[in-house]
Design a protein around this ligand. Structure first.
Ligand SMILES: Nc1ncnc2c1ncn2[C@@H]1O[C@H](COP(=O)(O)O)[C@@H](OP(=O)(O)O)[C@H]1O
Ligand SMILES: [Mg+2]
Ligand SMILES: [Mg+2]
Ligand SMILES: [Mg+2]
Length: 324
């Protein structure tokens, strides 16, 4: 059996079940299913439920593994949280083999409070990445990664609304990306698209301009001689799009100087791109450091490209963003 085969199988099961939760809610979300967090970002019944599902499944197989999860149960507690809690509980129990009660639900969500760090095993979970895309009926994903001593070893990205082929999006949607340990019997190997000059590239960026500067990305594209329109997608679907050759570059350019990227927003996508042959750094050309806690404290922004053009892209990013 290959290394971490059980972890890989458990992670796939967890992400598939959580993706099912998201799909159930995707078409039918109402305003009362959404709350606004302290940082003013939205979170829905599906985010809470997907985190409860993944954490429950991880706990069944690996009770000693800590989890760095995005969500916490505060707004589901007490009388004020009852309506939301009831919705999350019934949704969660539609995909679990053994149903949870109220208390178990809250405990499962809050098992994601681990502070992270550089030693030992930990999982990181983004129950819905791209919640804003989810609310708009566009792209989102469930992202899960196993980090050991600061390195990402296993990652699974469930992308329920991602077209299998962008050229014919109406035919089939829903993709699961898994790294590492490709199994040729039931899986399709993906690769970055080959490219030797950045001027021929397509680049990806966030839909939300407060998450990544569209203006600076356009300046970088112009410096590189890129003429194709950007592929704007919410969530880590951008990593998946680059890994399977829909695009060649993913730029995430800081809008706020004090913003620290979360490890759950990147660890799952990171390994999918790395295994497909890509290079991932920050705007300073530093490798991503997943060992410093819940955020990528030592990094600013994200630059993902094919190895052949990474140097050209980093030069342009630094000219525009760092004025170097
Ligand atoms: N100022 C900011 N800069 C960069 N990313 C931000 C941000 N504010 C929020 N985000 C993150 O952007 C993620 C979505 O990324 P994208 O724009 O690529 O779809 C959000 O994940 P969630 O949707 O899981 O909350 C959130 O963690
Ligand atoms: Mg969020
Ligand atoms: Mg996220
Ligand atoms: Mg999220």
């Amino acid at each position: 059996m290959s290394v971490l085969a059980i972890e890989r199988a458990v992670a796939i099961n967890a992400v598939l079940r959580a993706s099912k939760v998201c799909q159930k809610v995707f078409q039918s979300l109402v305003t009362s299913d959404t709350v606004i967090k302290k940082d003013r970002s939205p979170v829905t019944v599906a985010d809470f439920s997907a985190q409860a599902v993944v954490n429950t499944i991880l706990y069944e197989s690996f009770p000693n593994d800590p989890i760095v999860g995005e969500e916490e149960s505060g707004s589901l507690r007490g009388d004020s949280g009852k309506e939301l809690r009831d919705k999350v509980l019934s949704l969660t129990n539609t995909v679990l083999d053994t149903p949870l009660d109220d208390k178990e639900l809250l405990a499962a969500i809050d098992r994601g409070s681990y502070p992270g760090g550089s030693h030992g095993r930990m999982w990181t979970i983004d129950p819905i990445d791209g919640t804003m895309g989810f609310l708009r009926g566009e792209q989102f994903c469930v992202g899960l990664a196993l980090i050991i001593d600061g390195d990402v070893h296993i990652s699974v990205l469930g992308c329920p609304n991602l077209p299998v082929d962008f050229k014919s999006p109406e035919i089939e949607r829903g993709c699961l990306f898994v790294a590492r340990n490709f199994s040729s019997t039931e899986e399709t190997q993906i690769h970055m698209a080959d490219i030797s000059s950045s001027s021929a590239a397509t680049f990806c960026e966030s839909v939300v301009p407060t998450h990544s500067s569209h203006k600076e990305a356009a300046e970088i594209a112009s410096l590189l001689g890129i003429t194709k329109l950007p592929l704007r997608l919410d969530s880590m679907c951008k990593y998946a799009a680059v890994a399977r050759g829909d695009a060649n570059i993913y730029l995430r350019l800081p809008v706020r100087i004090d913003y620290e990227e979360n490890i759950w927003d990147h660890a799952p996508g990171f390994l999918v791109v790395k295994e497909a042959g890509g290079i991932i750094t920050d705007i300073h050309n530093k490798p991503l450091d997943f060992s410093l806690g819940r955020t990528l404290k030592a990094n600013k922004g994200i630059v993902v490209t094919h190895s052949k053009i990474h140097g050209q892209v980093i030069d342009a990013v630094q000219k525009v963003v760092l004025k170097q």
